[in-house]
Write a protein that binds this ligand. Sequence first.
Ligand code: COA
Length: 179
Amino acid sequence: VTRVAGDVIEAGAITLRSWAAPDAAFVFDACQDRDIQRWTTLPQPYTAMHAAEFVSSHARPQPEAGGAFFAVMATETGELLGSISIKGVRDGDGEIGYWLGPEARGRGAATQALDALATWSFRTFGLAQVHCRIAPGNAASVAVATRAGFVESGRQAGTCRDGDEPADALVFVRRAPAS
Ligand SMILES: CC(C)(COP(=O)(O)OP(=O)(O)OC[C@H]1O[C@@H](n2cnc3c(N)ncnc32)[C@H](O)[C@@H]1OP(=O)(O)O)[C@@H](O)C(=O)NCCC(=O)NCCS
């Protein structure tokens, strides 16, 4: 069960919270990771300036215009684990993207964060569905989306990335529960 207090989304072992300026060092370090650079569309090279701009532009109450941006944090320790956001909110749909720092992987944190943000987004924005675009080779992300209740429902040519090359996107959709 997801508990929401203000713009903090608490979901068991992980909590989603707004970004804050001191998080820039974590974001910079994490985004040097090969898998994040391979599978996401972050700028390359990813500089300290990119990280500082990212956290400062989202260091405010969420949601913001067209979406919401959260740090993923371990509930018990406050350790920063990664990033999750929803963007392009319009026409009853929005796109969720995520990454975890390398040390935070393999403990279900991305699945919990994705499930929590989807649930929060249905309620906050009144969406009919949310989606993720995942390159076919990104098995860890496909597994996360599947475990979070997303279903593969289409393919877009060339809108993802695999390193320096464009890659097709598998579109994973989760529909809002019938109300
Ligand atoms: C995607 C990401 C958030 C997943 O992190 P995570 O929650 O720690 O996920 P895990 O490492 O536990 O992996 C998830 C599942 O995929 C499996 N998996 C991981 N790498 C795999 C691979 N190369 N091939 C097959 N399966 C793989 C794991 O075994 C796990 O399944 P299991 O728990 O049933 O064994 C993380 O890998 C990441 O940040 N990657 C870089 C950024 C990225 O790709 N973001 C998503 C863009 S769409």
